[in-house]
Design a protein around this ligand. Structure first.
Ligand SMILES: *Cc1c(COP(=O)(O)O)cnc(C)c1O
Length: 409
């Protein structure tokens, strides 16, 4: 008899995006004339930068001729891309990450989801609340949690991100072994200061713990005092893995390319307490289960690091950040405290009422779709997430419609 992984039955059904889709569809069906504006989506809207498209085309052409055709590439990524990453994303920022510490992949979702399989079953894990659900669900599937009770899994340590701590949790009192952090944060848009990251790195050293740092939104940082990489903090290279993605940076959500940094200095321990190289373990895992990102896609990704590529990427991010500024200012002026939107594409809005009621209210009265904060965790109750990924025209129109509700908000 073929039996299933019993841990899958613990997964709390993720009702968030399916419930939103259902509510929007019901509304559209009963109001066929309504022009609904979707401000809930965590997906980019601008096309790929021209420099990427050109390199992508060139890569495809190379595949068309016997002389330049490429079959399997290195599982870890082509040297031209790994070297460009090491140089432009790290070494020019004073970080000594090398090309052989970089693992190119088809997404930070897969990498953040897969990484947990390198660790023992009974480690203690800390996750943020609210959270990008991938960190939690992949550990549930792997059997590292108890059941789902009261909107939380037994056995996980939740790092509460609240108004009181500025949505940047401090290290917990108890000892944990694996810590998931994400800055700039999805969904809150909060960023961590150097001092706050130093606290985490110090904690990880003290407890021989490991930080998994998701920097998918680092390109949105405009405040020069905010670190783009956890490796800007000294000592982080011994206790942290960093995930990056071209999805939100350069519009690769549908094209697929990302990378993970596993420094050779990171120490992890076997059952006998002996030191093991995490970099070599991830290399083993990656080469066993992954066969590399397609060559034209890696060519397109490398074009991000050319002068024109950098300029075009910057222009796209500036466009989203201007959307974010408009949203944040308007929501603020309507009396809603907001976080995010200055160094991130998400604005986390304190509604002063139940997340889903506010969602229903905005859909019904303004035909604007947002994301209810409670869908990201218990601490998200009372908040909504508004995304800056939209056209300027839609953003302005959505903000006009919400403003007209002043008085009844
Ligand atoms: C969008 C996003 C990613 C990127 O995922 P890809 O698989 O690279 O598209 C990673 N982490 C967070 C928190 C995200 O929101």
């Amino acid at each position: 008899m073929i039996r299933v992984n019993p841990h899958y039955s613990k997964l709390a059904a993720s009702y968030l995006f399916s419930t939103i889709a259902k509510k929007v569809k019901e509304y559209q069906d009963s109001h066929p004339e309504a022009n609904i504006i979707r401000m809930g989506i965590g997906d980019v809207t601008l096309p790929l930068p021209k420099a990427c498209i050109q390199a992508f085309h060139e890569g495809v052409e190379e595949m068309a001729s016997e002389k330049t055709f490429k079959g399997y590439g290195p599982e870890q990524g082509y040297p031209f891309l790994r070297e460009a990453i090491a140089t432009h994303d790290f070494q020019t920022r004073g970080i000594s990450i090398q090309a052989d510490e970089i693992f190119v992949s088809d997404g930070a979702k897969c990498d953040t989801g897969n990484f947990q399989e390198l660790f023992a079953q009974d480690i203690r894990i800390a996750v943020p609340d609210p959270v990008y659900p991938v960190y939690v669900d992949t550990n549930v599937m792997a059997g590292r949690t108890g059941s789902f009770q009261n909107h939380r899994y037994e056995g996980l340590v939740y790092l509460e991100s609240t108004e009181e701590n500025g949505f940047v949790p401090s290290p917990p009192k108890e000892e944990v072994d694996l810590i998931y952090l994400c800055f700039p944060n999805n969904p809150t848009g909060a960023v961590a200061s150097r001092a706050q990251l130093e606290e985490w790195v110090e904690y990880a050293h003290r407890h021989h713990a490991l930080i998994l740092f998701d920097a998918a939104y680092e390109a949105y940082i405009r405040d020069p005092s905010i670190p783009h990489s956890i490796y800007e903090v000294s000592g982080a290279e011994e206790v942290s893995v960093e995930f990056r993605s071209y999805s939100k940076t350069a519009g690769f959500t549908g094209t697929r390319c990302a990378y993970t940094v596993v420094p050779k200095k990171v120490k992890v321990y076997d059952e006998g307490g002996r030191v093991v190289s995490l970099r070599d373990m991830w290399n083993r895992r990656h080469t066993t289960k992954f066969n590399g990102v397609s060559y034209p896609v890696q060519k397109a990704a490398a074009a991000i690091y050319t002068e024109e590529g950098k300029r075009q990427v910057q222009a796209n991010i500036d466009y989203y950040l201007e959307n974010a500024r408009i949203i944040r200012e308007r929501m603020n002026s309507l009396g809603f405290p907001c976080t995010g939107g200055d160094n991130s594409p998400y604005i986390w809005v304190k509604t002063g009422q139940d997340s889903w009621s506010f969602f229903d209210f905005l859909l019904g009265k303004a035909q604007v779709v947002v994301t209810p904060g409670s869908g990201f965790g218990r601490c998200g109750e009372g908040y909504i997430r508004i995304s800056a990924y939209n056209s300027r025209q839609n953003v302005l129109e959505a903000m006009e419609r919400i403003s007209r509700l002043k008085g009844s908000l």
